[in-house]
Structure formats: C-alpha cells, structure tokens
Design a protein around this ligand. Structure first.
Ligand code: GRF
Length: 204
C-alpha cells in the first residue's frame, strides 16, 4: 500500500496544514507529498495557505449538494483521480460518513488537542481547562465513524499551568501539534504504522 500521496482536509486556519507543508519542503515528511487540500469552507484561511504553497485544492460547500453522501462522493472521485493513499484531517470540522470511510478505512488520521479519550469533540482545550486537569496534550489517531474514537497512534502530554487561559494553553498545544503531526505523517507515508485491533504501533 502506498501512503505517500496525501490529501489534507481542513476547515479553518490551517496552521497544521502549513506545518505539514513546511515539513514536506524540509524533507521531513517521510517521502510523503501533499497532493491536495480538501476544504468544506472555501472562504477559510487554509485555502489561501494552499494557494501560497502551490498545493491544489478542492473547495466545496456541503450545502451545494443534496446530501452529505453526495458531497463525500465528489471528494472520493477526486481522491481516486489523484491516487491519494492517505487522508490527514487537520481541523476538519465534519464527521466522516461511510462513503469516504469505506474506501479509505485505516488510511484516515486526525489530530485532536487533548489526551483522548478525555475531552473528545469541540473545544477540547476549553473542556480541559474547565475540568481543571493538570495534564492535557495532543492525540493523533485513526478515524472511524465516531467523534474522536479511533485507535490512538501517538500522544504527547503537557502541563496545565496555574493561570493558563484558553489562548495560552492553545499556543503551547499548537506548538506540540506542529511537531507531532509531521512526525506521524512521515511514519505513515513511510509505511511504518501498523494497526492490530485498537493497538497502533510505529516501527522505528
Ligand atoms: C487543531 O488544534 C487541531 O488539533 C484541531 O483543530 C485545530 C486546527 O487548527 N483538530 P489549524 O486549523 O490547523 O490552525
């Protein structure tokens, strides 16, 4: 299986997209190449970032389609045309349906700003602060049909400091994301990630 042709899906700022594109430029993506940005928000800043990086993009409005399934079928058509082997979700704010999941099972990963299974779903950083945990972090995981429920590939923890705000904590979490995601994507692109049940391992 060739995982080196990558599509990144994003809905927002795209700072993780930019970190991945930079890693590719610097030869830190394990031979992986970002062939396509897919976004469900054509006006999102990430679209501009793709343009600046010279990366092709597929920008679609889900409401222009009759159903979520038809929206995803259009995406799958484009992924197949470009022979995409790995889908990297980076702030893509939609649940994936079986239309995309079935043909790409085991080849879709996501990054989430908490130590899953704690604080799945939206505003994980705010959830962690409100709960008062002393440790939180970042998780990269396989995507399944649930909300942040797929097998964990990698996690990195950081301490919540007294006086942290959502902004200060988010800044430290993002810094970890920009390191961890390119590392995991590089391992994936190089075929080094194995999944056995819920246990993912990374071959060194
Ligand atoms: C990141 O914090 C990521 O963990 C979460 O969404 C955020 C995306 O940020 N899934 P950006 O668009 O990459 O700046």
């Amino acid at each position: 299986m060739n995982y080196s042709r990558i599509a990144v899906f994003a809905s927002g700022q795209g700072s993780n997209f930019a970190a991945l594109a930079q890693a590719q430029r610097e030869g830190r993506l394990g031979g992986g190449v970002i062939e396509l940005l897919v976004s469900d928000r054509p006006e999102a800043p990430v679209a501009q970032r793709a343009q600046e990086a010279g990366i092709a993009s597929l920008l679609l409005r889900p409401k222009d389609f009759d159903s979520r399934e038809q929206y995803e079928a259009r995406i799958v058509e484009e992924l197949k045309r470009r022979e995409i082997g790995l889908i990297v979700l980076a702030g893509y704010m939609r649940l994936i349906t079986p239309v995309l999941l079935a043909p790409y099972e085991g080849r879709i990963i996501n990054i989430h700003p908490s130590l899953l299974p704690a604080f799945a779903g939206k505003d994980a950083i705010g959830q962690a602060l409100d709960y008062g945990v002393k440790l939180t972090g970042v998780t990269v995981h396989f995507v399944d049909g649930g909300m942040d429920t797929g097998p964990v590939i990698a996690q990195r923890a950081l301490a919540v400091e007294d006086g942290d705000t959502a902004d200060s904590l988010a800044e430290r979490i993002h810094r970890i994301e920009y390191e961890l995601y390119p590392e995991v994507v590089a391992a994936f692109a190089a075929g080094k990630i194995k999944l056995d049940g819920r246990k993912a391992t990374v071959r060194q």
